[in-house]
Design a protein around this ligand. Structure first.
Ligand code: SF4
Length: 352
């Protein structure tokens, strides 16, 4: 049975001693806390730490980031994935610079109007930076709270999020930032998805699922629809100097990042003909194949090498295209799938 006062006390006592060291826990600067929260979405703490240091060194203030161009911001994000987070955050910071004199607003109503700020980010930044009484409900909290209350509600539903937020509200009337971080830390370290460490749990005496023996059945989450798979053909095309043709993505997904020309399989021959203004045949066999997973879809990529050396001046005048010398790859923002192809080409070239 959950006893509100002692539950919070037990949780916070444990958190004070056992929380992991993280650089963003050593600051109350809302801009830094916001950066960490955006980076931590879908990404593990140990991966984020280096990115956080590099990002805050290069963009130490709202003003510095607001003045930076998007390509450079994406470069500092490269490898973290989910690039729309970085683009939205950059836009939001420009709004903060323009409309709030560079100060992150301490009003949840104003903060949530900024680009990319959803309910979780709002609650996390407002509670951790300003101690405002908003509960965070992320995957960890869904799991911990379902188990503590032996609650079999479907955590994929918006109504469950709303119910959990309402139930957690009394606990964030004071020390909101500490309480929210403690709940998430408990979920990350003790009340883990598989094999939770109930015997070492500081709030075990409050846990209904532990008492009922239902821990392994919780939380309930209905399955998402199956991921879509797209067959992609990617083309390695060189000029007479041995440079590679790359193209900047215009699509919403990975917008602004660079790639070797890549098209959906069903239309790739037609697109290649249009691109090269020639009847170039796509080879039968790819030189390399890879799979890349996004949250909502999978790319099966086949990489083909166009053997002909092609001269097409018209492409170089189109800013969407560019020639790449492999030794300059770090000057461009490439998504993870393209890095794998670049690694393959470098390896291939070193063996030739
Ligand atoms: Fe989670 Fe087990 Fe603790 Fe309950 S007792 S909160 S299930 S770790």
């Amino acid at each position: 049975m959950l006893h509100p006062d002692t539950f919070k006390e037990n949780l916070l006592d444990w958190f004070k001693i056992n929380q992991r060291e993280m650089p963003w826990r050593e600051t109350t600067n809302p801009y830094y806390i916001w950066i960490s929260e955006v980076m931590l979405q879908q990404t593990q703490v140990k991966t984020v730490i280096d990115y956080y240091h590099r990002f805050t060194e290069r963009f130490p203030t709202v003003e510095e980031l607001s003045k930076a161009n998007q390509d450079e911001v994406l470069k500092y994000w490269e490898g973290l994935g989910y690039y729309s987070r970085a683009r939205n955050f950059h836009t939001a910071i420009q709004e903060v610079a323009e409309s709030y004199q560079g100060k992150v607003p301490d009003s949840p109503e104003l903060f949530e109007k900024l680009k990319g700020v959803g309910p979780y980010t709002k609650a996390a930044v407002m509670s951790i930076a300003f101690d405002l009484p908003l509960p965070t409900v992320d995957g960890n909290v869904f799991r911990v709270w379902s188990r503590l209350n032996n609650d079999f509600s479907d955590t994929a539903k918006q109504s469950t999020r709303k119910a959990f937020e309402a139930e957690l509200l009394p606990y964030v009337e004071s020390e909101a930032g500490q309480f929210n971080q403690a709940m998430m830390e408990l979920g990350a370290l003790i009340c883990t998805p598989k094999s939770p460490l109930c015997l070492f749990c500081p709030v075990q005496s409050h846990c209904e699922a532990f008492q009922q023996g239902t821990v392994e059945e919780l939380p309930v989450k209905t399955k998402k629809v199956k991921k879509k798979t797209i067959q992609q053909d990617c083309f390695i095309i060189r000029n007479s100097k041995g440079e590679y043709l790359i193209e900047q993505r215009q699509e919403k997904l990975l917008n602004g990042m660079w790639e070797f020309p890549m098209y959906e399989h069903k239309e790739s021959q037609q697109k290649v003909n249009k691109l090269l203004d020639d009847n170039v045949e796509i080879p039968d066999k790819p030189i390399y194949q890879l799979k890349h997973q996004f949250t909502h879809l999978t790319w099966n990529i086949k990489v083909y090498e166009i053997k002909e050396t092609i001269s097409f001046e018209q492409l170089t005048s189109n800013p969407q295209f560019c020639w790449l010398n492999l030794s300059d790859r770090n000057q461009f923002n490439f998504p993870a799938s393209m890095h794998k192809i670049l690694d393959h080409l470098e390896k291939q070239n070193s063996e030739d």
